[in-house]
Design a protein around this ligand. Sequence first.
Ligand code: C2E
Ligand code: CA
Ligand code: CA
Length: 765
Amino acid sequence: MIEQRLQRQLRRAMILAFCFIIAFFICGGLFSAYLHRTRNEAIRKQVIAEAEEYKKRILKQLKADFQTLSMLSVFIEEDYDEDKEFLAQQLDKVNQNNEFLTIVYYDKNGEGIISNLGEEPIVGASLSELSPEGRRGVELALEGNTSVSRLFESSISENRVFSYSVPVYSEGEVVGALSASDQIEIFSEILSGDTVLGGAGYIHLLGSEGNFLVQSPKMIVQEDIPSIFDGPYLSEASKEEVREALQQQERIFNAFDYEGKSYSFLLEPIGINGWYLFCVNTGEGLVASSETSTFIAQITFIGVFLLMICLMLYGYRLLKNYNRVLIRMAYYDSLTGAENLTRFQQRLRGTLRSAGGSVAAVSIRQFPFINEIFGKEKANQLLCEIKTAAEHHLNKEEFFCRDTEDRFYLFFKDTEPEVLSVRLKAFIDEICKNSEISHTNYLLALYCGVAAAAESDASDKTANNLMTHVLFALERAKGAHESFVWFFDAELHKKEELENYIESHMHQALQAGEFKLFMQPKKNLRSGMLDGAEALVRWNAGEGRQIFPDQFIPLFERNGFCIKLDIYMVEQACRQIRSWLDRGISPIPISVNQSKLLFFEENYVSILTDLLKKYDIPAKFITLEILEGLALENVEELNEKIGRLQAEGFRISLDDFGSGFSSLNTLGKLKIDELKLDRDFLMSASEQEHGRVRLIMEQIVRMAGTLGISTVAEGVETTEDEQFIRAIGCDVGQGYLYSRPICASDFDEMFMKGAGRYLDDSSTK
Ligand code: C2E
Ligand code: CA
Ligand code: CA
């Protein structure tokens, strides 16, 4: 049972641990996903922030270029005159000192000056000499607008350029347009910075069609491609979407795969000419470090997870071992390693359900002394030797245990006492022969109680009974001096049980009036009349259960309770006589049995006389029946006591004469009034060929007669008995022939009512 409970607990603990680990695993997964998301979010934010920064720098560059151009326009404004040659030289000078490729000036008539770096300025140029993009910028400026052109192939510098255009005012009116072109490479410096995304990315500048305007030298896509729609950047599916977004000048986040690696990118509109910054995250540097930390977190998590699994397995093993220890503690004896009583009883119940068997309880005689004389160690060793011997002597399906101290229980499949005797003797002999203690001069002895249960009465109750009975048997075997085996005896046990009941209930039974006065009539053989009655006690123990004197008187004589009971019975007799007197019925003497103990009670005589006084009755109605055994000890003292009682008026009768060491010699010495011949005499006399008994009886009766002692024959059961005792001269007869002992009221009814009180043998019926 303990085993099952522990197993259940272990399973529960494992399930709990497993659930915990699963929960941990799920949390870890969620955490990892969260980490991944925040990381992506952070990267995104970082990329946007950096793109913004670059956007700002590009715009700043453009602004600076515009400023240069605006300052130039102011200068033209101030020095404005019609001297085109002079203006051309001025423009050319300015052009030398800044980074523009070409500077042009057109007046509102469309006549212009073109200063191309490294060439002579052209004066009087027409608008048609400019590329359409350049021309468009000039036209816008003439209308009063500032503009930056798209990238175009310059017909003047023969380079891919873009142009800035600003209007030139004079007295608040647009008088001309100033336009300067430059190569897009001026942004390269900005865009090739090593600091893009903490070194983990690069930026391209795209035109509104997704075409590359400026490409970062750090780019990872090595193919020479004109636009982002051509390389590995966009999947076919997303191309259209991206194209639309570019038109709308929207910010785009996306990713592409290149040579087995995944890269994210951002398309950030600059806000001029539909240009875009194309930021690619190569996943190194700062970003990489955050990726590494995610990776480390994941590795740590997996490590912790594995550690937990290991811990769980370790815990499981630990618990299992612990359970094993608990089970050992619950079912095994730590000293000898044998099973303990709990386990033994469990197995006994299991076995007895299907088959019979016997249990033997074995103990060592004087074990406490062995402990004291030989020491605890030797005593323990002896217990271990018993365990080894038990293992050796028991067959398959038989088992044993050590209870406490020196007590062992053995279960045998056998039930026959003869077989068990032999087996137990061999077992005990082996222990006594081999034990170290026996090798000293000490007589080692084991005693053993056995109780058997046949197959037919096998049940749980039997197992309990067996364990109780075996202890009774063990207790019985204890007294012997040598090794001894005692088999449980059910009859004896019943008797012992009854004695136990009697001893524990006698006091309250006396108080509760459970002891009842029964009477048996005595017949005067000469007159045929009722001569007296003998008071005999009956114990009504309740629920109709009657206990007979033979069952408790010997016990009461041993434990001294007889003194109380006898006095109580004398009182009952006195009460009966008083009742007769009170009812005007002439009383008959009542004989009351007196135990030996009582007879030597110091104030015995006064107790009796007090009772006589209490009920106010004459002592002659009370006959005290004493036992012959009393005379054996001290005849003088007994005679003295008898004399005192007779002086008070009591009659003294010697009971059961002939049953023990009766001697006519003693009879001669005792001053008794009546002699009761034991029932045994009649029993033997009635058998044939017992002439000797007849003779002895005759002699006794005659001798009593001469001593003036009346004789009562007990156990008169037949008319032959009566004829015989009458023939030998007996005075009185008592026995079943006249009546069994009956309760006082029945006695009154049967014997005290008729005037004649004539007793015939019909009164029995
Ligand atoms: P006892 O004093 O010899 O009493 C006579 C016993 O013989 C009684 O047994 C009685 O029932 C039985 N008996 C009488 N007639 C016959 C017969 O014809 N045939 C047979 N077979 N038996 C007969 P009981 O009442 O069982 O008493 C047994 C003994 O218990 C008595 O033997 C007496 O020694 C003792 N006893 C009974 N009552 C008392 C008592 O109050 N005090 C003491 N101390 N002892 C008592
Ligand atoms: Ca008697
Ligand atoms: Ca008797």
